[in-house]
Design a protein around this ligand. Structure first.
Ligand code: IMP
Length: 434
């Protein structure tokens, strides 16, 4: 049975945001909601994100394509805030079309989105090797260097440049010459030859050209026509460049950048659904107070298949951290919570929730994302009874064991945001509407 989403009421234009360190299952939530929306818009990050969506027996793993592409009646947009690796994008588009789905008028790319080029990926990898003991643990997809070039302006290439051969030919040789000086000076890297890169990216530009448009104009037309817009956040609030656990963050604003990333004012967004995994996970380096580097963490990792969609890395796992989630919910302006992967917690006798921190023996109110302070934080836990019943067959909240209901209620109560959806498995049908 498909979940009855009409029980959510009128959401208006809606933003879906991850409230932890990513991999909360946003892709499934977006895919579910798309049938109530006309547009699905990605507005931050790039192919560092990994969204898996299961429809029937088929599992899709997207990095750049919005999860909405599985419903052809919906227009999917990569807005100006996204950084686009054209080779990865074309690969995903090919995969999708080979499974019989169409991409035409229903897919649009902002002409102002920045392009990830091979030297960005190289810079990302080389810079990580130099950081030695202080590695960020990036996805090596060139995200940081591409956003750095965006902020630096002089060496940036946008989609509008990629699709016009003369513009690309005018910019690329000069930029690559500068990158060669940088990469050889800093990392003794061999120089890149601009011509094959130009040829490959020129070809990508020509293939992507039919989809490129002024997305700001298009989205404002959609707003004027009272179309329903769904904004798909990538990465998550605790990885936000300004508000996450810096420097162990990504290079975009994942919790607070919707307006800059789309050109749509915040006032146009009525609902913000915060997606929260029933426990915590993190990929890459950085503080993680509730991490369980023991049999509990391993059990969660195995039950939750916690291995990265983008890099395949085993994810670090631990108990849910409500202090961090409440901070993230406030930053994102969450109006409702979607709790995912609740089924993974079946078979624990007791479950722990972090409801405070002690730093240097003193209780600390609230969440301070300062990485050094957080690395010393000792979690204060509340213990709740677990449950042993499997949940993945459920289609109604009433079927949940009382302790699972209590667990959910405590999350909503602590975070101060009402519960809207609960996911108990990857399939669309494994969703309970509150
Ligand atoms: P970058 O975004 O590749 O620069 O990586 C910076 C940090 O963000 C690393 O710790 C990554 O593992 C993490 N990260 C980036 N995107 C995601 C995501 O979608 N899910 C989980 N972690 C992510």
């Amino acid at each position: 049975m498909q979940p009855d989403l009409s029980r959510l009421g009128e959401l208006g234009n809606t933003s879906v945001v991850g409230l932890q360190w990513g991999d909360e299952g946003k892709g499934k939530i977006v895919d579910l909601l798309t049938k109530r929306f006309d547009y699905v818009i990605r507005w931050n990050g790039g192919s560092n994100a990994g969204h898996s969506v299961k429809v029937g027996e088929k599992k899709y793993a997207f990095h750049l394509l919005p999860s909405g592409v599985l419903r052809p009646e919906c227009v999917c947009v990569l807005a100006n805030g996204v950084v686009i690796d054209p080779i990865q994008l074309l690969r995903e588009m090919d995969d999708l079309m080979s499974s019989g789905l169409e991409l035409g008028e229903n897919f649009r790319i902002s002409s102002a989105a920045h392009v990830v080029l091979p030297y960005h990926k190289l810079q990302d990898q080389l810079s990580e090797t130099q950081l030695a003991g202080k590695k960020i643990g990036t996805t090596a997809r060139g995200i940081g260097p591409c956003y750095a070039d965006k902020a630096g302006r002089g060496n940036a290439i946008r989609m509008a440049d990629l699709i016009v051969e003369n513009r690309l030919r005018e910019k690329l040789p000069r930029i690559i010459a500068e990158k060669n000086r940088l990469l050889s000076g800093l990392y003794a890297a061999p120089p890149l030859d601009w011509e094959p890169i130009f040829e490959q990216y020129r070809s990508c530009g020509q293939q992507l050209k039919p989809y490129v448009c002024n997305s700001v104009h298009m989205l404002h037309e959609a707003l004027a026509a009272k179309k329903r817009l769904l904004f798909e956040g990538a990465n998550a609030v605790l990885l936000d460049l300004d508000h996450g656990t810096f420097p162990y963050v990504t290079s975009s604003n994942c919790g607070s950048g919707l307006s800059a990333g789309t050109g749509v004012p915040g006032s146009a967004v009525k609902s913000v659904l915060g997606v929260v995994k029933a426990y915590s996970s993190r990929v890459g380096a950085g503080p993680f107070p509730t991490e369980q580097e023991n049999a509990i963490g391993e059990k969660i990792r195995q039950r939750g298949h916690e291995f990265g969609t983008t890099t395949g890395r085993p994810r670090r796992c631990g108990w849910i951290d409500l202090v961090a989630v409440r901070y993230a919910a406030r930053l994102a302006g969450a109006t409702g919570l979607c709790i995912t992967l609740l089924d993974v917690l079946s078979t624990f006798d007791t479950l722990k929730m972090c409801v405070g921190y002690k730093i240097g023996g003193r209780e600390q109110a609230g969440f301070d994302p300062d990485a050094e302070g957080l690395a010393c934080a000792e979690p204060v836990y509340e213990e709740l009874p677990g449950w042993h019943e499997p949940l993945d067959h459920l289609s109604d909240l009433a079927g949940l064991p009382p302790s699972a209901r209590r667990y959910l209620e405590r999350i909503a109560e602590y975070v101060g945001v009402p519960l809207k959806l609960v996911s108990v498995g990857p399939d669309r049908r494994q969703t309970l509407v509150v």
